[in-house]
Design a binder for this molecule. Structure first.
Ligand code: ATP
Ligand code: LTN
Length: 334
């Protein structure tokens, strides 16, 4: 039987990914490429919804690809590409926009949050149609699974609705995908504000662990992480949000269960525990930072990898687009 397909994407909106991105989504990318036919893209077109200096966007797109390879996304096992290298993403997005209700798009919570923060004047139409371009990313590749964090569940639901709508209205062209969300990793919280999700757009980076942080910065952030007035290292998400978040992070990197960690740190102070968490995180992140620097040192090689990914992606995407156009009654050229 042929392998099931996965597709996921990440925006190049910052210099470094953070621990939430890594544990919530990117780690699954690495695992799934073994068992699945995986397509992963740096969604640079989505990043245009946030105005960025062109040189910076170009740098961040390459940095994102380099970080993906550094964490273990292997271009020999999967198809790694840049979204804008595959024109079919925009072409299918238009078709899907014509199938999406205005109110339906307006109900997306990410759009509501971001447009509320920015105000109507600073909210561009791209932010409104963002989830439809995301649906095109997914449906073009006939993906069965989409590894993401919990905050993306609604976008995957919309993708399913649009795929089903097209299939029943015109022709069975699209595979209907499912979100692949690891429950325990679905939300990694900010170290300074342990009830809020760790996010690149946080007000302060003090509680955000970036993959490219140096070891001393990482240690400092963990040491100053917010906990509670108690002294027991115990998982209790509502009463001990900070400690629970640190336990989740330690467990993800060390592979030890939360229960074993509670036993290991029984009677020890929060200070010791924080240093232990920092140590396991630094041991994992240090090689990632070094590998990213190495890859950025040979951009010609990096681009070669991405170009060959785009060739493979274009092959699959153009076939789906042709089927879509034909089902709609658009006349083929030639
Ligand atoms: P923004 O602040 O712009 O919303 P972000 O930091 O939330 O950005 P995204 O680019 O939106 O990051 O997310 C990339 C991927 O990482 C998505 O699949 C998302 O679900 C996942 N993710 C982001 N933050 C977390 C988190 N704190 N915990 C778990 N998963 C996360
Ligand atoms: N919206 C996603 C990024 C994204 C994506 C995708 C994820 C764009 N296209 C396709 C999965 C599949 C985010 O903000 N993390």
């Amino acid at each position: 039987m042929s392998k099931k397909r996965v597709l996921s994407g990440i925006q190049p909106t910052h210099d470094s990914f953070h621990l939430g991105n890594y544990l919530g989504a990117l780690k699954q990318w690495v695992d799934l490429q073994q068992s699945h036919d995986a397509f992963y893209c740096v969604v640079d077109l989505h990043a245009l919804t946030v105005e960025t200096d062109p040189k910076l966007l170009a740098k961040r797109t390459l940095l994102s690809a380099a970080q993906l390879i550094a964490i273990g996304v292997d271009p020999k096992l999967c198809t790694l590409f840049i979204q804008s290298h595959v024109p079919a993403h925009n072409q299918l997005a238009w078709v899907l926009e014509c199938l999406t209700g205005f109110g339906e798009a307006g109900r997306m919570t990410q759009f509501k949050d971001k447009s509320q923060k920015g105000g109507t004047d600073r909210t561009n139409v791209g932010l409104f149609t963002y989830p439809i371009l995301q649906a095109a990313d997914i449906l073009l590749y006939q993906a069965n699974n989409v590894p993401v964090g919990e905050d993306q569940r609604q976008h995957i639901e919309l993708t399913r609705d649009l795929g089903q709508r097209f299939n029943s209205k015109y022709k069975e062209v699209f595979t209907i995908p499912e979100a692949h969300i690891i429950k325990s990793m679905a939300k990694i919280n900010d170290l300074q504000e342990p009830t809020a999700k760790m996010s690149k757009s946080a007000n302060s980076m003090a509680g955000v662990i970036e993959l490219l942080d140096t070891p001393d910065v990482t240690m400092k952030k963990f040491k100053s992480s917010v906990t509670d007035a108690g002294r027991e290292v115990k998982f209790d998400a509502s009463e001990k949000a900070g400690i629970s978040n640190l336990l989740t992070i330690h467990s993800a990197f060390s592979g030890k269960s939360i229960g074993d960690l509670e036993t290991e740190f029984a009677g020890k102070g929060y200070g010791d525990f924080k240093v232990a968490v920092a140590d396991v995180v630094i041991a994992a992140l240090d090689p990632i930072r070094k590998k990213t620097e190495e890859l950025m040192g040979d951009q010609a090689e990096l681009l070669k990898i991405l170009n060959s990914g785009a060739d493979k992606a274009n092959e699959v995407a153009s076939k789906t687009l042709a089927d879509t156009y034909a089902a709609l009654g658009l006349i083929a050229n030639g």
